[in-house]
Design a protein around this ligand. Structure first.
Ligand code: ATP
Length: 219
């Protein structure tokens, strides 16, 4: 993975977590907030931290914001500031701007003004937790769109010793197995004659409707 320059704007819990994780993964991270205290708190755990108002074009230009590959805007409460900052970042020419939205209307405006990606962390995490509660065998659940998801689950005991052709997962459940995890190793795009072993973790892609049906089978 190539090292990229990231700027994270808005240091609430989400912004801090994004900034620190990007830094731990070996990237250059500038953390930016209008609050001096937030800046102080994160200073030791990212590359640079700076106090600035993200809705002030001159401040953004002075920081050299244009040189960053990716900007993550995580200003929650102040929707106007979130929209202004996103607009300025795109106007100044940051290639990839990802903004956290609070609600559907906020998301719509962000997309209109050119946000490359709009995220809803609370909504996504809520869905994951709910799926994990409904079926404790669901380990991960990622919504790819309003129609499709990827689910990672422990293979049911009844699948052991059978291969993917015999299980007919595509025919019966409409899902495609994209990977099998076994003993900390991942077999990406497993062959159809791959036999499932007890304890295997299956990563599958499918429509949300089909994956929901499957969840009841693997409960
Ligand atoms: P959490 O991630 O904890 O749920 P949140 O999404 O509710 O937080 P807020 O607390 O609303 O986020 O704001 C995140 C940060 O954004 C705050 O630290 C705030 O100081 C900062 N912020 C707000 N407006 C601006 C601005 N114009 N420029 C820079 N930072 C700002």
């Amino acid at each position: 993975m190539s090292k990229k320059q990231y700027v994270v704007i808005g240091l609430g819990r989400f912004g801090v977590s994004v900034a620190q994780t990007l830094f731990e993964l070996g990237n250059d991270v500038l953390a930016l907030d209008s609050s001096e205290e937030k800046v102080q708190n994160i200073a030791d755990t990212v590359t640079h931290a700076v106090q600035a108002d993200a809705t002030d074009e001159n401040s953004l230009r002075a920081i050299g914001i244009r040189n960053f590959d990716v900007a993550v805007v995580s200003i929650g409460e102040d929707i106007q500031a979130s929209i202004m900052a996103t607009l300025l970042l795109k106007e100044i020419g940051v290639k990839h701007v990802i903004t956290k939205a609070n609600n559907a209307m906020h998301a719509k405006v962000l997309r209109k003004i050119g946000a490359d990606k709009v995220i809803f962390p609370e909504k996504d995490m809520g869905a994951r937790v709910a799926h994990n509660l409904v079926s404790s065998n669901i380990l991960e659940y990622i919504e790819l769109s309003s129609d499709y998801s990827i689910a990672e689950f422990v293979s049911p005991a009844s699948w052991s010793g059978k291969n993917l052709i015999e299980l007919q997962l595509r025919g019966k459940y409409g899902i495609n197995v994209v990977a099998i995890k076994r003993n900390n190793e991942i077999d990406v795009s497993p062959s159809a004659d791959e036999e499932i072993e007890s304890g295997d973790i299956i990563v599958a892609i499918g429509s949300i409707e089909d994956l929901n049906k499957l969840e009841h089978v693997i409960e």
